[in-house]
Ligand binder design. Structure first.
Ligand SMILES: *Cc1c(COP(=O)(O)O)cnc(C)c1O
Length: 359
């Protein structure tokens, strides 16, 4: 069988050793006689899984003790609505729009209060990040929201703007755990699991404790961060199996040497593809270089009539799910932590061969 490399944007590739371990533990977790799926979420077995998962995540991201880690459901899109409900408290909020996901965050928040667009790169076709100096930030805002990696557009940034003490709320769905971050610079970090963490169905919310006191009384209990923080994310039944797999991914990451080590691998993978894209006219990536994403790399064939042939031939080579998002077109290679460099090498070799036979 051809070796398969899965470039899906999400749900996405998971580390093979994690899947193998889940398989080995599927019917009988650690001699309990039960699958993790069958366990009471309040029993001692699952409690130990949840505690280890949180501890490993805290170690990976060096999460300070004054931050709570919540394991919620509904994905990042549910949180888009729950952020204003938990934080606005009668104030306004500033949003920076750098791509499709942060634009969506604005739409999801607007029903709950005054949402201001502090800056937008839409006029530039979402190929850049507006300069921090140009962000129209309001010192009285409840928070500033942005997306640090735009999965669809392929724009990433991690330098943190000075928001004059206004808490930053960051959607990190598609690059969390791909590189070190300074959690203390953020008020809230959130992300759906199905990009770089584990299976769909789980959303991580990392929130500074002092921000837990301003939720609207309309906030549903399952999305009420303080209620969930006070109840170990168990005001309802949490997505137990997704949490378990996320825990296995965290263990795998620690064994890889943590986020510092995985960052080096991610840099090497991204460099390989960008370097090739930059020395050919056959393909093109339009993102301003300093904001190019390491995780999601959109590119176009100069001759778009070759798109179908490209995708079909890629698939026969075992290179799957390279089609770009329907709103952007072209191609997209998502290269999360679990994508080995061999996958990117195989992709570049295929792209070179395709270029050669079509020019
Ligand atoms: C995928 C994604 C989302 C949406 O996640 P859901 O789990 O579908 O709610 C939001 N933001 C970013 C940056 C994403 O990559």
């Amino acid at each position: 069988m051809t070796q398969i490399f899965n470039f899906s944007a999400g749900p996405a590739v998971l580390p093979k050793p994690v899947l193998a371990r889940a398989q080995a533990e599927m019917l009988d977790w650690h001699g309990s006689g039960m699958s993790v799926m069958e366990m009471s979420h309040r029993g001692k077995e699952f409690t130990s899984i949840l505690e280890k998962t949180e501890a490993d995540l805290r170690q990976l991201l060096a999460i300070p003790t004054n931050y709570k880690v919540l394991f919620l459901q509904g994905g990042a899109i549910a949180e888009n609505a729950m952020i204003p409900l938990n934080l606005l408290n009668g104030k306004s909020a500033d949003y920076v729009v750098t791509g499709a996901w942060s634009k969506r965050s604005v739409q999801d928040a607007q029903a709950y209060g005054q949402i201001n667009i502090a800056a937008s790169a839409e006029a530039q076709g979402f190929t850049t990040v507006p300069a921090f100096n140009d962000w129209q930030l309001n010192k009285q805002a409840a928070y500033v929201h942005y997306c640090t990696n735009e999965t669809i557009n392929g724009v990433e940034f991690l330098t943190v703007p000075d928001t004059h003490g206004v808490p930053i709320v960051a959607d990190m769905s598609s690059h969390i755990l791909s590189r070190p971050i300074d959690v203390s610079k953020y008020g809230v970090i959130y992300g759906g699991a199905q990009k770089n963490i584990g299976p769909a169905g789980l959303c991580l919310v990392i929130v500074r404790e002092d921000l837990l006191e301003q939720a609207s009384s309309l906030t549903p209990a399952v999305f009420h961060w303080k209620t969930q923080a006070d109840n170990q994310s168990m005001i309802n039944t949490p997505p137990t199996y997704s949490i378990y797999i996320a825990g296995l991914v965290f263990e795998w990451l620690l064994a890889q040497g943590g986020v510092e080590a995985i960052e080096q691998k991610n840099i090497a993978k991204a460099n390989l593809l960008y370097h090739y894209l930059d020395q050919t006219d056959f393909y093109d990536n339009a993102i301003q270089h300093e904001y190019r994403s390491r995780m999601n790399i959109p590119f176009r064939l100069h001759d778009e009539s070759l798109n179908d042939a490209f995708l079909k031939q890629a698939e026969t080579q075992g290179l799957l799910q390279l089609k770009g998002h329907r709103s952007v077109g072209g191609m997209r290679a998502s290269m999360y932590n679990a994508m080995p460099i061999e996958g990117v090498q195989a992709l570049v070799e295929f792209m070179q061969a395709f270029e050669k036979s079509n020019s």
